[in-house]
Design a protein around this ligand. Structure first.
Ligand code: NDP
Ligand code: 8X3
Length: 253
């Protein structure tokens, strides 16, 4: 039997990269996407001995690039595309709404909401053709609750939560599963991006407790993807043990 392809957005770092490594170990062919082509090529070199790897370098905010990139895949790859992991995303800034920077808001909404929609719209016709498939959206605890200074990021992840529910309804007739994964704090490049490289703040985010690792989240994503065809996880929240909600942490100092 031909191996299935999984398309992972944001595969250059964090959850996306850990998913690429785990799905490759489990014999899935990969389509890896992101803006940093050097990292895509490095990952391709690492994983090509195990499985077939396609890379697509594009910005999910650029509608035309998204559709061109997906269309550019070889026909046999598009026809075996059965899992989409909508992972590319980011937070930029954290502070009160009246001090928010419009550019930060645009980046979050354009990436987390519009980018996810563009990729989904471009990929779903191929998954539909396959007769069964799976879309896994990276939501967040920020899509379940709102916390101080989280405003627009929380709104963008609430939108992902809503879109996961909506996709599940719309894609029901095609046997396509839709899973929303909602992690709490995880130590990836997320805080470097959010706090624009401010080392003091970045260190303080994960100080005094053990955050999730990218591999923890990838394991849960792979678990959801590996269930039998008749079983779907609609929604899964995964938190560090030391984090009870978006804003309750037990820190040692
Ligand atoms: P990272 O910053 O480590 O990875 C983010 C990935 O998204 C990178 O590969 C980046 O690739 C890609 N990306 C960002 N913007 C774009 C864009 N415009 N076009 C294409 N790709 C883009 O963060 P995480 O792995 O932690 O985050 C992954 C997802 O999980 C995000 O949606 C995030 O919101 C969510 N999340 C993160 C949590 C955390 O605490 N870390 C918790 C809950 C959810 P490149 O820069 O090469 O384009
Ligand atoms: C990332 C987790 O708690 O910073 O989505 O919003 S949090």
């Amino acid at each position: 039997m031909e191996k299935k392809y999984v398309l992972i957005t944001g595969a250059t770092s964090g959850f996306g990269k850990a998913c690429a490594q785990l799905f490759a170990k489990n014999n899935y062919n990969l389509i890896l996407t992101g803006r940093r082509n050097d990292r895509l090529q490095e990952l391709k070199n690492e994983l090509s001995a195990m499985v077939s790897v396609e890379t697509l370098c594009f910005d999910v905010r650029d509608e035309a690039s998204v559709f061109q990139a997906i269309e550019s895949l070889p026909e046999n790859v598009k026809n075996q595309l059965s899992i989409l992991i909508n992972n590319a995303g980011l937070a930029v800034g954290r502070g009160p709404i009246d001090e928010g920077l419009i550019d930060d808001w645009d980046r979050m909404i354009d990436t987390n909401v519009k980018g996810l929609l563009y990729v989904t719209r471009a990929v779903v016709p191929y998954i539909k053709k396959a007769g069964q498939g799976h879309i896994i959206n990276l939501g967040s605890i920020a899509g379940k609750e709102v916390y101080t200074g989280g405003n627009v990021y929380c709104a963008s992840k609430h939108a992902v939560d809503a879109l996961s529910k909506a996709m599940r309804i719309d894609l029901l007739p095609y046997g396509i599963k839709v899973t929303n994964i909602a992690p709490g704090a995880a130590d990836t490049e997320f805080s470097t991006v959010r706090f624009k490289g401010d080392e003091e703040i970045i260190k303080s985010v994960y100080k005094g407790f053990q955050p999730l690792k990218a591999e923890d989240v990838a394991n849960v994503i792979y678990f959801a993807a590996s269930l039998p065809a008749h079983v779907n996880i609609n929604d899964l929240t995964i938190m560090p043990t030391a984090q009870a909600s978006g804003s309750h942490f037990f820190k040692s100092e």
